[in-house]
Design a protein around this ligand. Sequence first.
Ligand SMILES: Nc1ncnc2c1ncn2[C@@H]1O[C@H](COP(=O)(O)OP(=O)(O)O)[C@@H](O)[C@H]1O
Ligand SMILES: N[C@@H](CC(=O)OP(=O)(O)O)C(=O)O
Length: 422
Amino acid sequence: MQVFKFGGASVKDADGVRNVARIVEDYKDQQLIIVVSAMGKTTNLLEEVTKAYYNQEPELYNLFEKAKKFHEQVLDELFEDKQHSIFDEVANLFVEIDWIIEEEPQDAYDYLYDQIVSIGELVSSRIIEAYLRKVDIHSLWIDARNYIHTDNTFREGQVNWEKTERSMRSSIPALLEKNILVTQGFIGSTSENFTTTLGREGSDYTAAIFAASLDAELVTIWKDVPGVLNADPKWFDSTELIPELSYLDAIELTYYGATVIHPKTIKPLQNKGIALAVRSFVDTKNNGTIIRATNNTLPVSSFIFKVNQVLISILPKDFSFIVEDNFSHIFDVFAKHRLKINMMHNSAVSFSVSVDYDEQNIVSLIKELKKQYDVEFTRDLELVTIRYHNPQTIERVLINKEVIMQLQDNYTCQMLIRSVGS
Ligand SMILES: Nc1ncnc2c1ncn2[C@@H]1O[C@H](COP(=O)(O)OP(=O)(O)O)[C@@H](O)[C@H]1O
Ligand SMILES: N[C@@H](CC(=O)OP(=O)(O)O)C(=O)O
């Protein structure tokens, strides 16, 4: 059995859905689970809908209309028969948002977020499955929420692996005998059947959960890039494809922020010895990258850039040393404000971290920290991580930049930098 994952970029419009069907056509007689994300930028749009609803902003209805129109247009292009049941199925899913937004918000933001944003994956999976059936591929839509069981941490559901594996193993193998299964990435449900999401970009992780629970032979993530490259082509001109990658290097690259794969994806696959292929949905003849158990190290230095970084320096008010008690308190405060630390460094009298800029969370974090510490912060920084660095690669990223903070071991060099003169 294999698992395919198609992300938002691969199904950003009707042509994307047709392309998915073309790819799947070659595998239609095999056992296959297809995990899909919301189409294009739908998740961002539904996030805006949630915010507008929560803050009772007037744009709410325009934003929601935009999401519906986008999907209606895709449906129109894909299905000539306007009586096809998919039109009603999609409309009914959006009605679930209607029901939420017709009342004033009473529930917590994170809970509402999951109930609204998850509709993106529910809609896309319905459309894709219906289209596969239309082109004579035996497929069946399944609801990932019946299989992926999480705790009640809305927006970052923690998977109950035992329960999830039990649910999947009890019914999915029989379904796979006759059909290709299409399901949603990114979503799960609590023991009370409330929808949760697994964290942004979590559909890769969903693919790994299905694969690990069902002992798949291979997971393939179909992307708009030829595979894993030694840098994000959005930031780097001359990138190189990495044909083979060890689980460890893949974990390290994604941990430091290589957004090509969600960081939680690799470990469950490594535990079961399942290989992960990253391939282009455009150039389907090429093998892309294969991530598996190998002793080979990365053939080239790899670069990971994170822009919009904020350096937060925390100093005890009495200039005493930062001790373990302070650390546990500081980490708790970061976790509470949902800020993930990208880099950290401590000295005798201060503790400094770099986090992604998120105005709302940072303001509330600093307010809380200031009760106990002096806090300084600097914005507009970039974080660059080089895996398998050497003096030339470090020099290359430092052109017109100055280093604010640097950490280095034999394999990895992390530098928080800013443009000279800024
Ligand atoms: N090392 C890397 N190799 C390849 N792509 C990368 C790398 N780091 C970041 N990316 C980015 O990941 C993008 C693909 O991931 P993503 O946009 O999340 O796709 P999807 O939403 O379809 O899953 C690429 O377009 C590329 O800009
Ligand atoms: N749609 C969700 C989940 C996801 O993984 O999407 P993508 O595969 O397009 O990165 C998100 O955008 O966060």
